[in-house]
Write a protein that binds this ligand. Structure first.
Ligand code: PMT
Length: 347
């Protein structure tokens, strides 16, 4: 606090002090190590995140589903883990309130459909309640809007929604029956990161044929489980002052340890287009992913830029086709890059 009087801009000083405090708090100085990628990876920070997380309730069931799905789909074919939707950060252990990251899940759902179309098996790791593959043409509340009761014993689909419902049901059932789609829901940051680690570990044997397409909006801050109050925070106590710790970025460990041979695509979302490409380029270099899909919040459904070490490619939806979506062209490009990666790997 004494420093505040030395510098002109008090808020910056406060920020610096806070950053130092956060660093001391969350990394426990001197415990970091150097990864094979040459990046400083704070492995201790990552293991303490997992050690202090509430364990997944259905861990064994998820592992079983994953192994079944992956073994069923082996034989050199391609498999992608698409993450989708935002993670929540509970404020109470018996959670009533939480902080959320914005994402409708549209990008992940639409990308999943396109990956299945391109012949991939997709592990769709999604936030419960967000958009699902094959449901884009349905109304927001399909059950209430699509169906009608001609009499008290029968239910039928409204003629106006018949085609959309038919396609959604048929396409989803076909993808699941052919073993091309496994849907795994999460809600909290704890669940998301533990499940991502399980998937990465399960996919390790698939080497370059596997891909991570990380479209989920992942919290950067959280309340550590052990310092979280058990019961509902009482509003009578006045204004709420919460200390949020930094969620360790998992991209480095995913690349260096969990799935080092997998093709890895991360995303960068910004609201200020002026800094978007710069931030995406920095993420590309820092996390050593194969490409970063850069998108700006308001134009994300129209265009994205795929930033990689070889080039930055602007991908747009086809404006002259009303049903076209940006993911149609995006996934074509990503699949093409994945092919080049696999060929280079075996060369
Ligand atoms: O769902 P829609 O409404 O269609 O919107 C799609 C989208 C805008 C959410 C999507 O296109 C997108 O940009 N997703 C990533 C948004 C985001 O959270 O960016 P970020 O800067 O926080 O994270 C960048 C990358 O780091 C992400 O790939 C994330 O998986 C990863 N990350 C983030 C935090 C963390 N602790 N560990 C991570 O590995």
């Amino acid at each position: 606090v004494a420093w505040c009087t030395v510098l002109a801009d008090g808020s910056v000083v406060a920020g610096v002090l806070r950053t130092v405090a956060e660093t001391l708090y969350s990394t426990r100085i001197g415990m970091s190590s150097i990864s094979g990628l040459g990046e400083v990876v704070v492995e201790d920070e990552i293991s303490s995140f997992f050690e202090s997380s509430p364990p997944l309730k259905n861990n064994d069931e998820i592992v079983e589903k994953l192994n079944l799905f992956i073994n069923n789909y082996s034989g050199g074919r391609r498999i992608v883990c698409v993450t989708s939707g935002g993670t929540s950060v509970p404020l109470e252990q018996r959670c009533v309130r939480y902080i959320d990251n914005f994402s409708s899940g549209n990008r992940g759902a639409a990308s999943t459909e396109n990956f299945v179309k391109a012949g991939y098996a997709v592990i769709f790791l999604y936030r419960s309640g967000t958009c699902q593959p094959y449901c884009r043409s349905l109304p927001d509340d399909p059950f209430l809007k699509c169906f009608e009761f001609p009499d008290k014993t029968n239910i039928q689909v409204h003629a106006s929604h018949l085609e959309a419902v038919k396609m959604a049901v048929m396409d989803q059932q076909a993808a699941i029956a052919e073993g091309r789609l496994l849907k795994l829901p999460f809600s909290t940051i704890y669940e998301y990161l533990q499940m991502l680690r399980l998937i990465a570990t399960a996919l390790k044997g698939d080497g370059p044929n596997s891909m991570f397409y990380l479209a989920a909006a992942v919290s950067d801050f959280y309340v550590p489980w052990k310092s979280m109050t058990e019961h509902k925070i009482q509003s009578g106590a006045g204004p709420l002052d919460i200390r949020l710790a930094q969620v360790p970025k998992m991209l480095s460990i995913l690349r260096s340890n969990w799935a080092p041979e997998a093709f890895c695509i991360s995303f960068k979302l910004e609201t200020d287009s002026k800094i978007l490409i710069e931030k995406a380029t920095k993420a590309l270099e820092k996390y050593k992913v194969h490409a970063v899909v850069a998108n700006e919040l308001t134009t994300r459904k129209e265009e994205v830029v795929v930033v990689s070490s070889s080039s930055n490619v602007l991908v747009r939806r086809d404006g002259d086709k009303p049903e076209s979506i940006v993911e149609d062209n995006l996934i074509l490009l990503i699949v093409d890059r994945h092919t080049t990666y696999i060929n280079g790997f075996h060369a």
